[in-house]
Design a protein around this ligand. Structure first.
Ligand code: PLP
Length: 425
């Protein structure tokens, strides 16, 4: 796209935007009586305007049917989660049987490690990206310790080359090959939360498998943000949260993917609970765990229906918008515009005040740009906040800005960039 640094251009792009009406389906936070410019969907997505109605519906079912709500009404709770499988499977590129919703993200990561972290003799090591989201680091540390290993020995982190900010796929593959004989798992984020780098998950999966290891992904920043093809890539497992790009509300329900190639494997351990029992026989309450087919068999506890209802409100919007590929086209244009405007500011001031550390290649990033601010970073961030621009701050000097295609506009991006420039002036 041929970008221009002008309000007229931004207005025209918004007018042409096929997704422009979807913004009205969200509640936009207010700043001095006007819509704030919300660029923080990487942390917490906005509330669908319909969310309240979805909750009230379920409260009514509870009120009117009480326990019969599990089996009666328009959407019986017992199978409520299945209403979400189709939308989710499209978002992560899976078969419906390969995904389910349950628990929260870090809990699911631990549960999946029960199945897929199987250290055995010389093979006990995990490769991760250096600087992974802290919760994932803590989860991996505690998992290796639980199995009797020293995390310093069992976890191999990969860092960018000297003078570089993000990882090269060739270096990831090289590291996997190097450690092939002692590796049991490659666990990567889909998109790194700090740099915004979108990893080549297909190449990583292939290398892991050649090394004889499993490949698992934490898609917290990728699901609902970039198109994924977990099934075709043959990833072994994945999990994600839905409160970032999928707008399901604070602490919203998490989801998991298990590739169908593992469905018949009786050797895979899992921490079972009655909700993972085959549905047709669950209420016989018989001894001996008999797993439901597919990812559903990893469920443990009774479905939290109110969380599922919030998630459904959001998934309906995703489906109406035409799915992740439609969103991605606008996302690329919006984030590209943000990058263009930031480069413009640097040119205007004759120096690189704002350094975008997220890869410049569209294929290696999603919505988010992580911007190092080389001058008075804290004050610049405060200026944005004071002017109704909501981004987020990461120590020591990084501002993350994420234009989200469902509810952000070209004018949002234009105005945010104007305030970045004004802060420097
Ligand atoms: C947001 C995020 C989490 C958060 O985990 P919760 O269990 O939902 O608190 C974990 N991992 C990554 C990579 C994240 O981006």
């Amino acid at each position: 796209m041929n970008y221009q640094n002008s309000l007229t251009f931004a207005i025209e792009q918004d007018r042409l935007d096929p997704l422009k009406d979807f913004r009205n389906r969200f509640l936009i936070p207010q700043h001095h009586g006007e819509d704030a410019i919300y660029l923080c969907g990487n942390s917490l997505g906005l509330q669908p305007a319909s969310a309240q109605e979805y909750i009230v519906d379920q409260l009514s079912t509870w009120k009117n049917l009480a326990v019969e709500g599990w089996f009666q009404g328009n959407d019986p709770w017992l199978s409520y989660h299945k209403q979400l499988s189709s939308s989710i499977s499209k978002i992560v590129g899976a078969k419906e049987s390969e995904v389910t919703v349950m628990n929260s993200l870090t809990v699911n990561l631990h549960l999946l490690m029960v199945s897929f972290y199987k250290p055995n003799g010389k093979r006990f090591k995990i490769i991760m990206e250096g600087g992974a989201f802290p919760s994932d680091q803590y989860a991996m540390e505690s998992q290796t310790r639980f199995h009797g290993y020293d995390p310093k020995e069992a976890i191999i982190e990969i860092f960018p080359r000297d003078g570089e900010l993000t990882l090269r796929t060739e270096d990831i593959i090289q590291k996997i090959n190097e450690h092939a004989s002692e590796l049991t798992l490659v666990l990567f984020a889909g998109i790194n939360y700090y740099t915004g780098q979108f990893f080549d998950l297909e190449a990583i999966t292939r290398a892991a498998h050649i090394a004889g290891a499993y490949a698992g992904f934490d898609l917290a920043h990728a699901a609902g943000n970039v198109p994924l093809k977990l099934h075709d890539w043959r990833a072994d497992f994945a999990c994600w949260c839905s409160y970032k790009y999928m707008n399901s509300g604070p602490g919203g329900i998490s989801g998991i993917f298990v590739h169908e190639k593992h469905f018949e494997n009786k050797e895979l351990d899992r921490f079972a609970g009655w909700w993972g029992y085959r549905e047709d026989k669950r209420f016989l309450m018989a001894p001996g765990f008999d797993a439901a087919k597919g990812a559903d068999g990893w469920q443990v506890s009774t479905s939290p229906i109110l969380l599922l209802a919030l998630f459904k409100a959001s998934m309906v919007i995703f489906d109406d918008a035409g799915g992740i590929d439609t969103l991605r086209a606008k996302s690329i244009a919006l984030t590209g515009y943000m990058e263009f405007l930031i480069n413009n500011i640097n040119e205007q001031f004759g120096e690189e005040i704002f350094k975008v550390i997220t890869p410049g290649n569209q294929q290696e990033r999603g919505c988010q740009l992580s911007v190092v601010c080389k001058k008075n970073a804290k004050a610049v961030f405060k200026h944005l906040a004071d002017n109704g621009i909501i981004g987020d701050w990461r120590e020591p000097d990084v501002i993350r800005l994420s234009p989200v295609p469902l509810y952000n506009t070209f004018q949002n991006v234009y105005k945010a960039a104007q305030q970045l420039a004004a802060a420097i002036k």
